[in-house]
Design a binder for this molecule. Structure first.
Ligand code: GLN
Length: 495
């Protein structure tokens, strides 16, 4: 088996036993990147030389018998809205083209200290706004399962890279589904932790009250492994939580007999594709057979999630993105009459259409006279949505539902129907509004065209341990179902 096809947990064991080398693994990954990238376009930057150099250094340490840190030699792909010292970080926006951060985000610092190797920076929807990765200013990433379709977004580059074995594992961000949707569309595992669990320091903000760093892995254990490294309080992020971090990998292995699962009625309505409903229900039956208890529950306010979410994120984006004014970072249009003209020209040229829509909508919602009617009201509804979950979690430990109500859709759909881009978000944004942990696990495929189907497991705040445990146990039951791989016959097709 080429080494790039290994799971991260297995890879690290083989490295420690000195059965394989880090250098060969990095080479196998780069080979796969060379074979597929022309079509897939999952990366905006490939850290070829840097990764090879680090690989050699770690191999040397291992062969000399030195102590090595927990992720030593693990090649990791990083979404390009996370600051990496010395490596261009663009948010897939013309605004930040050429921006080379002078520091590492906390999550990157932790990964490097643990011995991880950055293999490259992944494509995304510009400033993480979107669900298909089509909003990137530079390129459209395609879905490895069917290159006429999108990989989901906004961490679509990271998910496609992991699914296509162009990385062993990836770090993404999830504000309103951007880890879970692409994980679902690409048939891998995606975990969004509780808000505050992982430091956001150095993550370029989209909507600060909802942004999270998340993990995209081939299997549940891989995501647990990386969670052990990246979680924890950070002095540099006042919203990071000072909550103990358990050993997620260890707790995965316990059973699920003690867990009660809620099935939210609203997430199985007519909006959900029939094949998705069928596969998710089959998986839920498996949970019951494994000893998990089931109960139907209701989240009545979730139907208000769309306006609530899009209003809040637009308001926060409108205010947060004010920092991109041509003065401190990235783009500046020099041909201007005065300071104000420079702001206007820089911002109109630097931001793409979707980002501009949201800035305009958000600024409107926050303006004098509108604040109470829009922003404040949305925050009140957000509380109601959160209370729905609190009520549910009085009765059950976890919730299960389809991650997305629809299958990966065709590239280009949103050019015809702008609002259609929001459809995949129905079951994930309530979770984001409530700040809860959510994981997407593949639970089957559609028949006509073989497309992955994701199931979402939602937990109480800071109970990622239970989410991962349930997912790990269910994944074992679904082993047969998930043994298929994309066939990559497209490597000769140019995208
Ligand atoms: N579809 C969501 C949005 O556009 C996803 C955002 C995210 O999680 N970064 O806001």
């Amino acid at each position: 088996m080429p080494l790039n096809e290994l799971k991260a947990v297995d890879y690290l064991k083989l490295i420690r036993k000195r059965e394989i080398s880090v250098e060969q693994t990095v080479k196998d990954i780069l080979k796969q990147i060379d074979r597929l990238e022309q079509t897939l376009k999952a990366y905006l930057y490939i850290n070829r030389e840097g990764a090879l150099q680090e690989a050699k250094a770690i191999d040397k340490k291992i062969s000399s018998g030195e102590d090595i840190p927990p992720l030593a030699g693990l090649p990791i792909a990083i979404k390009d809205n996370i600051c990496t010292k010395g490596i261009e970080t663009t948010c897939a926006s013309k605004m930040l083209k050429g921006f080379i951060p002078p520091y590492d985000a906390t999550v990157i610092k932790k990964i490097k200290e643990a011995g991880g190797i950055i293999i490259g920076k992944n494509n995304l929807d510009e400033f993480a706004m979107g669900s298909s990765t089509e909003n990137s200013a530079f390129q459209t990433t395609l879905n490895p399962w069917d290159i006429t379709r999108v990989p989901g977004g906004s961490s679509g580059g990271s998910a496609a890279a992991v699914a296509a074995h162009e990385a062993l594992i990836a770090i993404g961000t999830d504000t309103g589904g951007s880890v879970r949707i692409p994980a679902s569309f690409c048939g891998i595992v995606g975990l969004k932790p509780t808000y505050g669990r992982v430091s956001r320091y150095g993550v370029i903000p989209y909507a600060s009250s909802m942004d999270n760093v998340g993990v995209l892995g081939k299997v549940v254990e891989d995501t647990a492994l990386l969670m052990n490294i990246i979680c924890g309080y950070d002095d540099y992020d006042s919203t990071s939580a000072d909550t103990p971090v358990p050993d997620f990998l260890l707790s995965c292995r316990e059973g699920i007999n003690d867990l009660k699962f809620g099935v939210p009625r609203e997430f199985f309505g007519p909006q959900v594709d029939i094949e998705i409903k069928e596969k998710v229900k089959e998986a839920i039956n498996k949970i019951e057979q494994m000893g998990g208890k089931l109960e139907e529950i209701s989240l009545p306010y979730s139907e208000y999630s769309f306006p609530t979410y899009y209003l809040i994120v637009s308001a926060e984006a409108g205010s947060g993105l004010a920092r991109f004014d041509g003065v401190q970072y990235g783009l500046r249009i020099e041909d201007n009459d005065n300071l104000e003209d420079m702001y206007k020209k820089t911002r109109s040229k630097g931001f793409g259409a979707e980002v501009l829509y949201r800035i305009i909508m958000g600024t409107y919602a926050l303006s004098t006279g509108n604040y109470d009617d829009y922003y404040l009201r949305a925050q009140k509804v957000r509380t109601l949505i959160r209370k729905d979950f609190e009520n549910a979690f009085r009765k059950v430990d976890l919730l299960v539902c389809p991650t997305s109500p629809e299958l990966p859709f065709k590239k280009g759909r949103q050019q015809k129907d702008l609002l259609a881009q929001f459809l995949p978000d129905a079951h994930i944004i309530p979770v984001s509004l409530a700040g809860l942990p959510g994981l997407s696990l593949n639970c089957g495929f559609s028949k006509k065209v073989q497309l992955p189907i994701g199931l979402q497991i939602i937990g109480r705040p800071f109970e990622e341990e239970k989410v991962l445990r349930a997912a790990y146990n269910l994944e074992i039951e679904l082993k047969e179902v998930n043994s298929v791989q994309p066939n990559f016959t497209f490597n000769s097709v140019s995208g």
